[in-house]
Design a protein around this ligand. Structure first.
Ligand code: ZN
Length: 381
């Protein structure tokens, strides 16, 4: 099975290179926003969208109109057309949101180079910029296919997308685990273990809430507001790094330990609308947690099953199957029928595990993934 994996390294650009990185990142953002704008207008008129081939033809014209775009490597701008095309299509098929305008003040610009880049000892050669020093803190695996340069606050990174082949293996079904994610514990597992939110991460999240509140109070357009925004951005970056570290360790351990993982599809998009910041921070972790489990399961030939949201996993007694109302604040599931008293999240995780297990069994054991049709049939059961 051919898989792709990204390896991210910190760049250490000179002052001059940094300026060029900012320019190229800004250009990619400019082109993205341009594509979005013309699509919005075009849709209003015709009820149709413009995809890659129609978008790419705008580029020569755009370069004439906006000469600063010539500072960019042409293929990077073409990549924006591809990326926009994909985002647009994903918004129809994958329940992802419609592409949105990219903002400069988020300091999160990026651009991709499909060709003409080079990786050397201690540097990455970026087209139109040159050799930029990088910190290669770990070895890469497979064949490098493209590089993406991204900004995160004041820092710049180079992600190398590598492709490599892994040998197929038969999947096992002996040790399947159900996982319930929550605010109290990060995850409660059906084998009665739990994963807590790391304390240091929580500390920074609390700090973010208070600094964000301060930012909201600062006068718009003021120097103090700008300073505060940088401060908030730095905490965001810190949280992101700590979170990634925690999630990678957690998901790797789980994939090593179990033959398969079962989770509820949380429809994070819907939950993000929640205005409580603590909740929205948790949502980011949950969706990233799910994403990591999915690809790590795939790479290691383990099962990954998502249970639909409408399954009443919290309300069902994991011992006898009785369904009762469970208000959010109620931490303990007390069953009036069989008399069991069990932690709310543990009860849910056991139900999640059972649903996943029955789906795996119904769809057939083996190294093949259940097909969409089979999955639908299983759901009907
Ligand atoms: Zn019961």
């Amino acid at each position: 099975m051919l898989v792709q994996k990204g390896f991210k390294f910190r760049l250490v650009p000179t002052k001059e290179q940094k300026q060029k990185l900012l320019q190229q990142g800004g250009n990619a953002r400019f082109v993205w926003n341009y594509f979005l704008k013309i699509n919005i207008d075009y849709y209003k008129e015709t009820d149709k969208f413009k995809f890659y081939h129609e978008l790419a033809v705008f580029l020569p014209k755009l370069k004439k109109e906006y000469p600063f775009l010539k500072e960019s490597f042409s293929q990077s701008l073409q990549m924006v057309a591809r990326q926009f095309d994909k985002a647009l299509k994903d918004s129809f098929t994958k329940e992802k949101g419609f592409p949105s305008f990219k903002k400069k003040n988020l300091l999160s610009d990026s651009f991709t180079c499909p060709q003409k880049w080079r990786l050397g000892k201690g540097f990455a050669f970026i087209p139109k910029i040159g050799e930029v020093r990088w910190i290669k803190h770990r070895a890469m695996q497979g064949k490098p296919k493209s590089i993406t340069i991204s900004q995160d606050g004041g820092r710049w990174y180079c992600s190398v997308l590598c492709e490599y082949d892994i040998e197929e293996q038969e999947k096992k079904t002996d040790n399947i685990v159900g996982i319930d994610v929550g605010l109290k514990e990060f995850a409660t597992l059906s084998d009665e273990t739990a994963v807590s939110n790391p304390k240091h991460l929580k500390k920074y999240e609390e700090k973010l809430v208070s600094e964000q509140r301060r930012l909201n109070k600062k006068q718009k357009g003021s120097k103090n507001r700008f300073k505060q925004r940088i401060k908030v951005k730095k905490i965001h970056t810190k949280i992101k790094n700590l979170r990634q570290d925690f999630l990678h360790k957690t998901t790797s351990n789980m994939i090593t330990k179990y033959d398969g993982v079962v989770l509820e599809d949380l429809n994070v998009k819907g939950m993000m609308k929640n205005h409580l910041l603590a909740k929205s921070i948790a949502d980011v972790s949950w969706s990233e947690f799910t994403r990591q489990l999915e690809y790590k399961a795939k790479w290691n030939f383990k099962y990954f099953v998502l249970i639909e949201r409408f399954e009443p996993t919290s309300k069902t007694c994991s011992n006898c199957g009785l369904i009762q109302d469970m208000p959010l604040g109620k931490r303990q599931f007390n069953c009036p029928d069989c008399g069991i008293s069990i932690d709310r999240d543990l009860n849910a995780s056991i139900n999640i595990c059972r649903l996943g297990q029955s789906r795996i069994n119904a769809c057939g054991v083996g190294s093949k993934e259940p097909t969409l049709k089979q999955e639908k049939e299983c759901l009907v059961d």
